[in-house]
Design a protein around this ligand. Structure first.
Ligand code: HAM
Length: 413
């Protein structure tokens, strides 16, 4: 029988002692993305399954192996494994193509993929991400990458590696795929099962394979020659060169990685990932790129687009732990009714305040106050009679007595 008192494998509680860090990275996302004109969008966690099979691609691992799908009233519904498809659906459904371009949206929230859980990989995880619609020029790609790097810096992550690549357009990529298939053909039987499956459907994804025996095959000179050949057409090459020019100009350091192909089908031209050396095998904190065909493919007006998403658990695992925030005040008193009233007065003045609700002894209350709050607001008989409050700074130990109406003003004692 399933243990109902255990969280499901691959999922985690985010506990109150860790929530400050989540709020911190969410607030920074709002702050940094707003600077570039992005507005938050919240789309449902459930969508029609076909949105993902058509959007993310039915040759991808995500769609083939990892979706949480169920039937309800004869409809096949899926918990979103990522949010680009959902945001594109909303963009089309809400007529956002009528807005003046670019349309810039950001989001945060849980995603669901039935993967084998390991460090840095969960079945329910959270992403913060952005999508920009309506700009085909590489300035959009550059702005998006610059913003990702600046967001990461704003939360204290300065030493991450940005990798970029161009996948070309469907036309030039087709030629490359054929060349790749041709040169890999003699080794077909030595490829892993996944690569053999992808060989016909999506040969580019082979380059991303992590199986050692496959990597050895890809390292062979004749295959390297194809991988390193400049297969992209002039227009795609120009786009890529201009992107690099902007990144150079803005001092964004990057490396070019010809093996970077990404695990979702919708990309063309620019793809990028941001990686950390301190994350083990699941080392990507962010992934994204351009997807100029997706809006059209899902039934909207053809609209160029570019975006990225970051794994929030991975971001947090790279940040130093934060001490949980203390309350501003804790009311300490043997006069429960007066204490109750004072606590509410202080809250109304903007402080976070608690008090003992069980009528404990004064010393016990003070002990509790020093654990949970910065200041103790002490109400003895004297204070009540004179309409005063004694404020004790629980870090420094000093104490003053002030008129009750000005105790918030006196906090810097
Ligand atoms: P993705 O590369 O699949 O791209 O995911 C983006 C990020 O989400 C990854 O770099 C990683 O940090 C995090 N992530 C993915 N899977 C897991 C997991 N199982 N556990 C923990 N973290 C995970 C996308 O999702 C695209 N929608 C990004 C995008 C937006 N492209 C264009 N616009």
């Amino acid at each position: 029988m399933a243990n109902i008192l255990k969280v499901l494998k691959g999922t985690k509680d985010i506990l109150p002692q860790n929530i400050d860090m989540w709020h911190f990275i969410e607030q920074k996302a709002d702050e940094v993305f707003s600077k570039y004109g992005f507005k938050e969008i919240r789309t449902p966690i459930i969508e029609v399954t076909e949105l993902f099979s058509r959007g993310v691609g039915d040759t991808t691992d995500i769609v083939n192996k990892e979706m949480y799908t169920f039937e309800k009233s004869d409809r096949s519904i899926t918990l979103r494994p990522e949010n680009t498809a959902g945001v594109v659906r909303s963009y089309i459904e809400n007529g956002m193509s009528r807005l003046s371009a670019p349309v810039k949206l950001w989001y945060k929230g849980p995603m669901f993929r039935y993967e084998r859980p390991q460090a840095g990989r969960q079945r329910q995880f959270h992403q913060v991400g952005i999508e920009m619609f309506g700009i085909k020029q590489p300035t959009a790609d550059a702005e998006v990458i610059l913003m990702a790097v600046n967001y990461l810096k704003s939360i204290g992550l300065n030493d991450l590696d940005v990798e970029i690549n161009s996948l070309g357009c469907p036309k030039c990529r087709e030629e490359f795929k054929n060349k790749l298939k041709e040169v890999l053909k003699p080794y077909f039987n030595e490829l892993c099962e996944d690569c053999q499956n992808r060989y016909e459907k999506n040969p580019l994804r082979l380059l991303d394979c992590k199986v050692e025996s496959c990597k050895k095959i890809f390292a062979k000179p004749e295959i390297q020659e194809v991988i390193n050949s400049d297969f992209i057409c002039d227009e795609c090459a120009e786009h890529y060169t201009e992107l690099k020019l902007y990144l150079d100009k803005m001092g964004v350091k990057y490396t070019e990685n010809k093996l970077l192909v990404r695990g979702l089908d919708y990309y063309n031209r620019t793809v990028f990932e941001i990686k950390s050396n301190n994350l083990g095998s699941q080392n990507a904190v962010a992934g994204g790129g351009r997807y100029d065909s997706l809006v059209g493919q899902l039934g909207g007006e053809p609209t160029p687009a570019v975006g990225f998403a970051m794994g929030m658990e991975r971001l947090i695992s790279l940040l130093p732990e934060k001490e949980p925030k203390k309350l501003d005040g804790y009311v300490v008193s043997n006069f429960p009714v007066d204490a109750f009233v004072l606590a509410e007065e202080l809250r109304n003045q903007g402080l976070n305040v608690e008090l003992d609700l069980t009528n404990k002894k004064f010393t016990k209350q003070l002990e509790k106050a020093s654990k949970v709050a910065k200041y103790a607001f002490i109400l003895g008989e004297d204070e009540i009679l004179k309409h005063q409050v004694s404020i004790k700074n629980l870090e420094k130990g000093n104490q003053i007595t002030v008129d009750r109406h000005c105790c918030v003003k006196m906090l810097e004692i």
